[in-house]
Design a protein. Structure first.
Length: 112
């Protein structure tokens, strides 16, 4: 039974990390439009600032994935308050994934 739970957690983490990578890739694909790219980066930074407050400096990838599941509401507020731009709500999931992609590098088990 414990093995089945562990496999589900690992699958959920793999899926989240795939979403994060895709978000990062999509943000980077906007470099051809400097104005849009800089707005997206500012929004990613707003989410990263909030992540630092919510998750802290010591965390695992599983803890980060758990925070990701509940991040929509607080990320929406972070971007709206600190880095809104034209059409920002439609980019929220992209920005959120890109921020988590960047933040995962600080996890204690990153690269393990």
């Amino acid at each position: 039974m414990a093995r089945a739970v562990l496999l589900r957690v690992m699958d959920a983490l793999a899926l989240a990390r795939h979403e994060w990578e895709e978000g990062h890739r999509r943000v980077e694909s906007e470099r051809h439009d400097p104005g849009r790219y800089h707005r997206l980066i500012a929004q990613v930074e707003a989410v990263l600032d909030e992540l630092r407050r919510r998750v802290g400096g010591t965390y695992t990838l599983a803890e980060l994935a758990a925070a990701y599941r509940d991040a929509d509401s607080w990320a929406r507020a972070a971007v709206a308050d600190n880095a809104p731009g034209p059409g920002w709500p439609r980019d929220l999931s992209l920005v959120l994934a890109a921020a988590f992609h960047a933040y995962q590098r600080g996890a204690s088990d990153y690269g393990a």
